[in-house]
Design a protein around this ligand. Structure first.
Ligand SMILES: NC(=O)C1=CN([C@@H]2O[C@H](COP(=O)(O)OP(=O)(O)OC[C@H]3O[C@@H](n4cnc5c(N)ncnc54)[C@H](OP(=O)(O)O)[C@@H]3O)[C@@H](O)[C@H]2O)C=CC1
Ligand SMILES: O=C1CO[C@H](CO)[C@@H](O)[C@@H]1O
Length: 350
């Protein structure tokens, strides 16, 4: 693989699958060789749009395709476990969209499958691959702001900004309203503030949370307070009921870093070190548009070429730790999905 293009398969043909495919097409050493949908027609339309050679009307055929090096799973959250599991069992490497799975139990299943089949597996937490986020993490680790004491981060979108909304409202059956698809703000958007806090502080020692739920029983907005025995706190918020600032701030004993709107794919941030003028860090224009998913794709290809089974930028232990936090928050706010019970029952009968 060191010498040739990495051959990608795309599993599902929705909004993010198209965005990811468009970014892959721009990478000279990547090639999309196959796409799979639950039905043949969407796969064929996607294949035609992105110049993909093989279009499958089922997931199994993609998973079994020996000329696919890595599959990008882009289904709703509730299907990540099934789709990624199928691919790993068939010997494919997998990049799986965020949130990695519906719950920790499913996440552990996937990690176990990847290890059993000796395959590469990574959560598509593109924020962790963003060059400026990496820079921010390095500055914090180097002590630029002293010991981290507080993280604030929020991600709220107004109805009209959410993909698939009509007249500013999410139609019933939309994946973000549907408990069967893992709907609600926390798993879709809250995963970013949680992942941001845990990137800098690791897994929390304490978690409290409160939420407003929809009539379907998914969270419209959730606030969570995470705490660490070190004395750090993270105040996190997410919402599908209103467009918040989508900013993040990290305060330490000797300064602060402010990340402006769109903190999960920043194009700049400001470092305030006590007693010094603020320093602005800006994205390198050569890194492409801030919405580009190329950095995670490049990280997957780098790892595959190096023979690595997981990425040091998005380690599986970190993904599991985030899923543990999301489970704990859901438990506190009373959001349960049908898939939680299915997984538990299925495992109990093994
Ligand atoms: N990294 C990022 O910035 C983003 C990540 N995401 C993540 O990507 C995932 C998909 O989101 P998005 O693309 O917005 O969603 P969409 O609804 O646009 O697309 C999801 C696709 O999955 C397939 N699908 C739909 N329902 C089901 C089902 N019940 N079971 C299995 N497959 C189904 C369909 O493809 P087909 O008809 O071909 O089977 C559908 O087009 C989510 O987990 C989300 O969190 C989403 C947006 C941005
Ligand atoms: O991950 C995500 C990032 O932002 C999108 C909206 O712009 C979300 O819907 C999505 O799930």
């Amino acid at each position: 693989m060191a010498e040739r293009n990495v051959r990608w398969g795309i599993l599902a043909t929705g909004g993010i699958a198209a965005a990811f495919a468009a970014d892959l097409v721009d990478l000279p050493d990547a090639e999309i060789v196959a796409v799979a949908s639950r039905r043949r027609e969407p796969a064929e339309a996607f294949a035609e749009r992105f110049g993909v050679a093989r279009a499958y009307g089922d997931w199994e055929s993609l998973a079994a395709d020996p000329e696919v090096d890595v599959v990008y799973v882009a289904t709703p959250h509730s299907a990540h476990r099934a789709a990624a599991g199928l691919c790993l069992e068939a010997g494919r490497n997998v990049l799986c969209e965020k949130p990695f799975t519906l719950n920790l139990r499913e996440a552990e299943d996937l990690v176990a499958l990847a290890r059993e089949h000796d395959r590469f597996l990574m959560e598509a937490m593109w924020m962790y691959c963003n060059p400026l986020v990496r820079r921010l993490k390095a500055l914090v680790e180097d002590g630029a702001i002293g010991e981290v004491r507080t993280v604030q981060a929020d991600f709220g979108l107004a109805g009209h900004l959410l993909p698939g909304a009509r007249n500013g409202v999410l139609p019933s059956g939309h994946r973000l309203r549907d408990p069967a698809l893992g709907g609600g703000a926390l798993l879709d958007l809250g995963v970013y503030p949680v992942s941001f806090a845990q990137l800098l502080l690791g897994e929390p020692d304490g978690i409290t949370a409160s939420a407003v739920l929809s009539e379907e029983g998914v969270d419209l907005q959730t606030g969570a307070l995470l705490s660490w025995e070190s004395g750090a706190l993270a105040a996190l918020h997410c919402s599908i009921a209103g467009g918040t600032a989508v900013t993040a701030s990290v305060t330490g004993t000797r300064g602060r870093i402010d990340v402006p709107s769109g903190f999960f794919h920043p194009d700049r941030f400001v470092l305030h070190r006590d007693g010094r003028d603020p320093e602005e860090f800006a994205a390198d224009p050569a890194d492409g548009p801030r919405t580009s998913l190329r950095h995670e794709a490049k990280e997957v290809m780098r790892a595959l070429r190096a023979g690595e089974k997981e990425s040091p930028l998005v380690p599986l232990e970190g993904t599991l730790a985030v899923m543990r936090t999301l489970d704990a928050v859901r438990e506190r706010i009373g959001v349960r999905y049908p898939g939680d019970a299915v997984t538990a029952t299925a495992r109990a009968t093994v």
